[in-house]
Design a protein around this ligand. Structure first.
Ligand code: FPP
Ligand code: MG
Length: 321
């Protein structure tokens, strides 16, 4: 099959997602059409396509289906996440769970997952990819679920360590980023040693993305984030800025354990301890690791620049992808 230019592939991914959502059976159509009205940042799709690019920047059409499938898996996880977090806003629109109820949202999330699986099963000539089995999307979906479950088990755990936090975000967010980079590299036909590097960069990008997202809970307004902010702690989710504050301020930890802290106390403690700076330093450390790995990729300077831009975007920098 003829390879595609980047822009064309990107448009095709958007089209495939829109089609899958809006051409769905009548009974579920209203809900999926509601979801289709708000597009995400598409950073995972961009990762698949970018990693799949050859020396001329051309992309194997199968990467389009893999990118669409991964975005749909991501969407499914968000629909479920909004049920868990009781969130009312996502991508600037009312969440499915708020508009139609939790039961509907859970079922729609499940349905989306089936759509993604159908998309991957339909990838043409997938037997032609020597490493296709290594893409192992089901394994990444498992990691996603286990990460989310580990977070849930650790709800309100004031003794959560940085190590445990990394384990949580490694599953709930980094897994799908890793899958995106891996899928792209496989569709690009790269050798095993190279594929390993892409996978690693994806993992770093995912960790960075979640740490940055956890800073946004303190840094941004609802209008900027287009989703609830100042809400992680209230949902029992202990993120890195708070882990740091709890470690630095024994009085704050004592009060938290007694259940007598409010939003203002959390913000003050994070501010006083430098919890956001600490988190941003961690982001910087992972950024350096990613940079080192990118420099070792056997590819063009242009592709290295594009992959660096994705990692920069994950840090929250305003870069065009
Ligand atoms: C957002 O986190 C949520 C995730 C990154 C993953 C959620 C995963 C599940 C609910 C497991 C189920 C998975 C499938 C495939 C159906 P967040 O709450 O920190 O971010 P937010 O601020 O964007 O809500
Ligand atoms: Mg959430």
């Amino acid at each position: 099959m003829e390879k595609l230019a980047y822009e064309e592939s990107y448009e095709l991914v958007k089209e495939e997602i829109q089609k899958a959502l809006t051409n769905s059976p009548r009974i579920i159509n209203e809900y999926l059409t509601h979801l289709s009205a708000a597009q995400g940042k598409m950073i995972r799709a961009v990762s698949v396509l970018t990693c799949a690019q050859d020396e001329e920047g051309k992309i194997n059409p199968s990467a389009v289906h893999a990118a669409a499938a991964i975005e749909i898996i991501h969407l499914a996880s968000l629909v479920h996440d909004d049920v868990i977090d009781d969130a009312d806003l996502r991508r600037g629109k009312e969440t499915l769970q708020k508009k139609y109820g939790k039961r509907t949202a859970v079922i729609c999330g499940d349905y989306l997952l089936s759509l993604a699986l159908k998309m991957t099963a339909a990838i043409p000539n997938r037997k032609d990819y020597e490493d296709y089995e290594d893409m192992n999307l089901p394994n990444y979906i498992s990691r996603l679920c286990l990460g989310e479950l580990l977070q849930h088990i650790n709800n309100d755990n004031l003794n959560l360590t940085v190590f445990e936090y990394i384990k949580i975000i490694s599953g709930k967010t980094a897994a799908l980023f890793e899958a995106s980079f891996l899928a792209g590299a496989i569709m690009g036909g790269y050798p095993a040693e190279e594929i390993k590097k892409y996978r690693k960069i994806g993992n770093y990008a995912g960790l960075i993305f979640q740490m940055q997202d956890d800073c946004l809970d303190f840094d941004e307004t609802v209008e900027q984030a287009k989703k609830p902010v100042q809400s992680d702690y209230e949902q029992g989710v202990i993120t890195l800025p708070v882990i740091y504050a709890l470690g630095q301020l024994p009085d704050f930890k004592k009060k938290a354990a007694e259940g007598c802290i409010g939003r203002a106390d959390i913000n003050r403690a994070v501010e006083k301890s430098g919890g956001l700076n600490f988190t941003k330093q961690m982001i910087g450390r992972y950024y350096k690791k990613a940079e080192r790995c990118i420099s070792r990729l056997d590819t063009t300077e242009e592709k290295r620049r594009k992959i660096t831009a994705i990692v920069k975007k994950a840090t929250g920098m305003k870069v065009e992808l």
